[in-house]
Write a protein that binds this ligand. Structure first.
Ligand code: FRU
Length: 922
């Protein structure tokens, strides 16, 4: 059976046990004052009481024995009262002396049961005992018959003042008075005790006449008399009659049976009856006040049978007592087991309670855990949310910072193109044309700055909610045509198919012309910015009657956007990944805000390398505008014209002065901004031969092709990062020697370090002074000249480094390889530029230009110099002939060697040899 099943039955069993238990009897205390306790009759009475009490286990018996002394009994009764008994049983020693104390107990409300002997009053609750008069009378009647009406009788009484003595004597006297032949010779007290009776009889027997029968008030005194008579040899003619008829070996029945007594009058002790009556009183059950026990004569005729019966009764009583004892033991065991069971049950209940508590706790804990988990999850969610918000805030702050950095950068190019020309105008000897060109450039860039500032202000106004639509009714078609106009030239220049696609000749739409001008100018600028030559840009205008709106689509076939770029295109400050996309990050968000202020919509679809389509949706009619948003006269701000001026074709045309003389050094400018590119070109062209590239890859190709003497490269290029261009230049053997100046709007130290790390020679930040630029170009080229001078000697590689003269590792290795190949191939008359180029991995021209740039002379001259220098060393050897030396340094003819030697050193090889043979020690 599973544990839970066992537990269930145990609990049910326990409850059943508790439920089946008899209604328990209250606990009682019964005090018992016995007049004397040392005779068998009284002992039998006590045993009878105890037997009866066995049925009342909760009742306690306080027993005191007065040992036949009335005073002792009085004080013992008082003692018992102190113990506050529920009931008192008194067997008075003598009636008179004991009566007051019994009355007192009775008056106090304590029930009193008087047993055997009586008190002198009826102030008691109940009486249990034999009828002593009747007993005396029965004895008298028996004696009358036994003596056949004639004879002398001696009477031995109990205590003279005890009630049985009085009543038994009265009954006896009455009975024998009927027999005239019977004489009571003497009555003397034996005080209920055998020995007292015996002693008194022994004293008096001599003075007594012959007696035929001794009648004693109890069997014990009768036995005493018998013994005295026996001593005197008088028993044969004397009969002995007693009272009590106790069973057992010392009792009267045995004495009759043994022939000691002739008869005994049964006088029951009443022990059981006394307790029974007491319990009835205590339990408030009906009871008899007088409980008189009956008597009977036991003589030789029935003694045997009675003995047998009483023996049996005694045996049974003994059995009962044994049984009782066992019962008591069982009860004790049961009680112990009960205690154990209760303890176990208690433990079980505790376990059940604890188990239930544990179960409850576990359920509660689970609930709490669940709650905690929920709380935890909420906290984590909140934390994540906060983290997300923090990240968003961080991203917003970062994009704001980036925006401000970028917008500052945006300012730098126009500032360069304002400050540079001003510097030129202030310092240069400008002619009229140059002044005009410079002023045009200044104006355009000041306008560019103004445009940027206006964008910033629009942004501020939008952020502060201060910008408001002022809508007027306009013809959308002609408005769009007007916006398209300034772009047409640009489209033509770049061979871009640019047109308006619509079947509407006009369409009345309410909008704020200043705002929509910015929106479409911005969308078209973007389209042109990202559409390559021979591409297509369209503006499609379609009416959507179902939605009562018009859709204006600006479609281009440009580079397009990636999905994430498209998703964030309208985000404030967001700049695309593509280098060329990096504008202010304001154009599209501002456009969107403007469209939203018109209660319209703007969205885009884009595919990388396919193109982008922006759709602006404007509602027809004017019900969607509030009264404040509608007006009849639009104020035209100057921004429309301003935007137009910013277009590429509005750039000043830089005219190259005709009087420029061809320059020695070639400078390559890689710059996407047309005005800046032209300005750089214009600034440098008086001193250098300048070529320009608008894209990185194009610049790189140009550099490889023409090996310029210096390169100026912008850091932000449309197709690639300027740093990558510099890195390519500096790691390519063809161009590694070329000094590079990086131009950038980024002023940060980190960017400068990055620039230097890829090998840039100078980092120039915008706005830069044209003078500083010119000076930087000059100083770098001078430095390169120093390197050349140093290396042109032919032994350069072994010289200590010269202050300010630097050479890259790549170039140093190039020179080492170059020299090593020449040294090894020196005897070969076919050692040529082509051979060296092949060995090193450069074309003839590239090798030529590189060597020229690094050493300042052409390759053939360099080989010739090395050959002739080496011949000097060989000529100094005494045994070397001129022809041998010429052969060893790669001259195919001794004559050509002599001519070349003389032209370089001013002496013929023979003279040189002779001079050195003389001067050098042999
Ligand atoms: C015992 C006894 C009995 C007698 C009774 C009378 O003490 O003497 O023998 O019958 O008392 O009270």
């Amino acid at each position: 059976m599973p544990f839970r099943g066992k537990l269930f039955f145990l609990i049910i069993g326990f409850l059943f046990l508790c439920g089946c238990k008899e209604k328990e009897e209250p606990t009682y205390t019964i005090g018992f004052s016995q007049c004397t306790g040392n005779d068998v009759w009284r002992q039998d009475m006590l045993r009878g009481m105890q037997r009866e009490l066995a049925f009342h286990p909760n009742t306690r018996l306080l027993y005191l024995d007065a040992k036949g002394n009335s005073q002792t009994q009085i004080s013992q009764i008082k003692e018992l009262i102190q113990a506050k008994p529920d009931l008192l049983i008194v067997s008075p020693n003598e009636a008179e002396p004991i009566t007051p104390i019994v009355e007192e107990v009775y008056q106090k409300g304590i029930p009193v049961v008087v047993v055997d002997r009586k008190t002198a009053s009826s102030f008691y609750t109940a009486y249990v005992g034999g009828n002593n008069y009747e007993v005396g009378k029965t004895a008298g009647q028996y004696i009358g018959v036994a003596l056949q009406g004639r004879g002398r009788v001696l009477e031995i009484s109990g205590l003279p003042k005890s009630s049985p003595t009085v009543e038994r004597h009265r009954g006896f006297s009455e009975a024998i008075s009927k027999y005239l032949g019977i004489t009571l010779v003497k009555t003397f007290p034996g005080d209920w005790e055998k020995n007292i009776a015996k002693t008194r009889l022994q004293k008096n027997i001599a003075g007594l006449p012959t007696v035929d029968l001794v009648f004693a008030h109890n069997d014990q005194m009768a036995l005493g008399a018998y013994e005295v008579f026996k001593e005197k040899g008088l028993v044969a003619n004397t009969k002995f009659v007693g009272i009590d008829g106790l069973a057992g070996p010392l009792g009267g029945i045995q004495m009759v049976n043994d022939g000691i007594l002739n008869a005994t009058m049964l006088y029951p002790t009443g022990g059981e009856e006394a307790i029974r009556t007491a319990m009835q009183i205590l339990q408030n059950k009906p009871f008899n006040k007088e409980n008189i026990l009956s008597t009977a004569v036991i003589d030789s005729s029935n003694a045997r049978m009675i003995k047998m019966q009483t023996d049996k009764i005694l045996t049974q009583q003994e059995d009962i007592e044994r049984q009782q004892k066992r019962n008591e033991e069982q009860i004790a065991l049961y009680q112990n087991q009960q205690i154990l069971l209760y303890s176990l049950s208690g433990l079980l209940v505790c376990s059940v309670v604890l188990g239930a508590w544990a179960l409850y706790s576990s359920v509660e804990r689970k609930k709490i855990n669940k709650k905690l988990k929920t709380k935890n999850r909420q906290i984590i969610e909140q934390r994540n949310k906060i983290q997300e918000m923090a990240e968003e805030a961080q991203a917003a702050t970062e994009s704001k910072f980036r925006f401000f950095t970028n917008i500052s950068h945006e300012f730098r190019t126009p500032l360069t193109l304002i400050l540079g020309p001003i510097e030129g105008l202030l310092h240069g000897k400008a002619d009229h044309l140059m002044v005009k060109q410079n002023l045009k450039l200044i104006q355009k860039n000041a306008q560019r700055l103004l445009w940027l500032v206006n964008q910033l202000l629009d942004f501020r106004k939008l952020e502060g909610g201060k910008i408001r639509v002022t809508a007027t009714e306009n013809d959308l078609i002609s408005f769009i045509r007007e916006i398209m106009l300034p772009f047409e030239q640009l489209a033509k220049k770049h061979h871009i198919e640019f047109k308006l696609v619509t079947n509407l000749s006009n369409l009345s739409v309410w909008f704020d012309t200043n705002m929509m001008d910015k929106v479409f100018f911005n969308l078209l600028s973007n389209a042109f910015k990202f559409t390559k030559d021979y591409g297509r840009i369209q503006i499609v205008v379609e009416k959507d009657l179902s939605l009562n709106c018009v859709n204006i689509k600006v479609k281009d076939s440009g580079i397009g956007m990636s999905e994430p770029e498209a998703a964030r295109a309208f985000e404030m400050f967001y700049q695309g990944q593509h280098a060329a996309n990096k504008g202010t990050g304001l154009g599209l968000p501002l456009s969107k805000e403007f469209v939203l202020l018109h209660h319209g919509n703007i969205n885009l679809i884009s595919e990388p390398n396919k193109g982008t389509t922006f759709t602006v949706q404007l509602q027809l009619g004017n019900n969607h505008f509030t009264e404040e948003e509608k007006t009849t006269s639009q104020v035209i701000t100057g921004e429309h014209q301003l935007s137009k001026n910013l277009l590429e074709d509005a750039s000043p045309v830089w005219e190259t002065p005709t009087n420029i003389t061809p320059q020695k050094h070639h400078v390559l400018v890689i710059e996407d901004h047309p005005d800046l590119r032209n300005f750089l070109k214009f600034t440098l062209q008086t001193n250098y031969q300048v070529s320009a590239a608008s894209e990185g890859e194009q610049g790189l190709a140009e550099a490889y092709e023409n090996i310029p003497d210096l390169i100026i490269c912008d850091l932000t290029l449309p197709d690639t990062d300027g740093l990558k261009i510099v890195a390519s230049l500096k790691t390519d053997l063809r161009t590694s020697h070329i000094p590079v100046i990086i131009l950038t709007a980024r002023t940060g130290l980190e960017q400068q370090v990055e620039g230097m790390q890829v090998g840039a020679d100078l980092y120039l930040t915008k706005p830069f002074s044209p003078q500083v630029l010119k000076e930087s170009v000059r100083s770098l080229l001078t430095n390169r000249q120093l390197v050349k001078e140093r290396f042109s000697a032919g032994e350069v590689l072994h010289l200590p480094p010269t202050e300010g003269v630097t050479i890259s590792k790549l170039d140093k290795k190039f020179l080492e390889d170059f020299k090593r190949i020449i040294d090894a191939k020196l005897p070969d008359p076919d050692l040529s530029v082509e051979f060296l180029g092949r060995e090193i991995g450069l074309s003839r021209v590239q090798l030529y230009r590189k060597v020229k740039a690094l050493i300042g002379c052409n390759v053939n001259d360099y080989i010739q110099t090395v050959r002739l220098n080496k011949s000097c060393t060989l000529l100094r050897q005494p045994q070397a002939s001129i022809a041998d030396v010429a052969f060893q340094v790669g001259f195919s003819s001794a004559t050509y060697f002599s001519t070349a030697f003389k032209s370089k050193f001013g002496v013929s090889p023979t003279d040189y040899k002779n001079q050195h043979l003389r001067t050098e020690p042999v």
